[in-house]
Design a protein. Structure first.
Length: 257
């Protein structure tokens, strides 16, 4: 049975979508079957995999509405072994529409339950908020990857996110685990970046991935071409970093996948 991993942090611009898309692609080239669910109304994971967002007719919105089956929303991508459930701007409305529904926190868990046997990994790219969409993702997941930008405000809000995860564990999903904290946008030339790495590793030790995602121009360019870093420049530092992360995730889950 496949493992469901949410990529979440309520702070924007920390590398959630970059991580979701490129970890999916890296796991795919390592011959793991992957489904990426775009649960962010900005739909950047969808466009980052080369899908025209305006052409999306059935995606995460319809999935959470239960107006279609999960299988009907799945799109094949150009990345080997990677499928996608796309998003569209209409996903913005889902939090309002779900608010008075029974078991509203379990809509995604219910929708994707049957897909787990078809994939090795199901990754969920979360919105930069702690709203109902992210709550649905965490409730549906086995674990969560938390990207942390190597910047001054990196740890701001992390406590709030960890408290949210504890609440989800207590109320909705006792099996939710933290897959790991992922340091992103690291620049070895900056003393601040090194200080953030030291602080995070000191306070969270074993929860932190060994892999650190370094700042990389090619990594920033790839989404504008609708490509993953693996397709765009497989020899780049960004590709090397995400392949390393994929190896680490596979190694960590070798007992369960």
């Amino acid at each position: 049975m496949g493992k469901v991993i949410a990529v979440a942090n309520q702070k924007g611009g920390v590398g959630k979508t970059t991580t979701s898309v490129n970890l999916a692609a890296s796991l795919g080239v390592l011959e793991k079957k992957v489904l990426l669910i775009d649960a962010d109304p900005q739909a950047n994971a969808t466009s980052g995999l080369g899908i025209d967002v305006e052409s999306v007719e059935g995606g995460t919105y319809q999935l959470l509405e239960h107006s279609v089956t999960a299988e009907e929303t799945i799109i094949k991508t150009d990345s080997p072994n990677v499928d996608l459930i796309p998003a569209h701007i209409d996903l913005v409305a889902i939090e309002i529409e779900l608010v008075d529904k029974d078991a509203r926190e379990y809509m995604m868990a219910k929708a994707i339950e049957k897909l787990k046997d078809s994939y090795d990994y199901i990754l969920i790219d979360c919105a930069p908020s702690l709203g109902l969409l992210t709550l649905n993702a965490l409730t549906a997941s086995d674990s969560v990857i938390i990207p942390i930008q190597c910047e001054y405000f990196a740890l701001e809000g992390l406590g709030k996110l960890l408290n949210t995860i504890k609440s989800v564990q207590k109320i909705h999903n006792p099996n939710l685990d933290i897959e790991g904290l992922l340091l992103t946008m690291y620049d070895s030339r900056l003393r601040l970046s090194n200080q953030v790495v030291e602080e995070v590793q000191k306070h969270f030790s074993e929860m932190v991935f060994d892999t650190i995602i370094q700042r990389n121009v090619r990594l920033s360019e790839a989404p504008s071409y609708g490509e993953t870093i693996i397709n765009y420049d497989a020899t780049s530092k960004g590709a090397t970093n995400y392949l390393s992360l994929a190896h680490e995730v596979i190694k960590k889950n070798k007992q369960t996948v």
